[in-house]
Design a protein. Structure first.
Length: 132
């Protein structure tokens, strides 16, 4: 799972208390952001996605406003820009759909163009799945 991301101005990270923090590169200041028991975060180029023990959220890197997207808790998040993907119980889903995209053992996944790249747990090989 991802514990750190950077938008060029700030470094967003999950600390040892599972709090979402922001380090301002210019001022060197640290501030705490929304979220309790944050599990994962992801920066897709325009927004920061994160999941805590209750939900999936979107955080604006400009004003740090938080918007709740779902009542689902994710282990890993990824985005193609317009769509958000998450894993829960070792299954990959598209946010807004209950239909699994991938349900075999895996360690990580990423979005590459119109594909999902999955790293398998069994032999660490990669499998590519087409997004519909």
């Amino acid at each position: 799972k991802q514990m750190l991301c950077c938008d060029g101005r700030n470094i967003f990270y999950i600390n040892s208390l599972l709090q979402l923090k922001r380090y301002d590169i210019k001022t060197r200041g640290i501030s705490r952001l929304s979220g309790e028991f944050v599990r994962t975060l992801y920066f897709d180029g325009t927004r920061i996605l994160f999941s805590d023990r209750n939900s999936i959220y979107e955080l604006s890197p400009d004003d740090f406003a938080t918007k709740k997207l779902s009542d689902i808790t994710a282990v890993q998040l990824c985005s193609s820009g317009s769509e958000i993907f998450y894993s829960k119980d070792n299954v990959i889903y598209r946010l807004g759909s209950d239909e699994p995209i991938y349900d075999e053992a895996f360690s990580q996944f990423a979005i590459m163009d119109n594909d999902i790249l999955v790293v398998r747990n069994t032999d660490f090989s990669c499998k590519t799945l087409k997004l519909n």
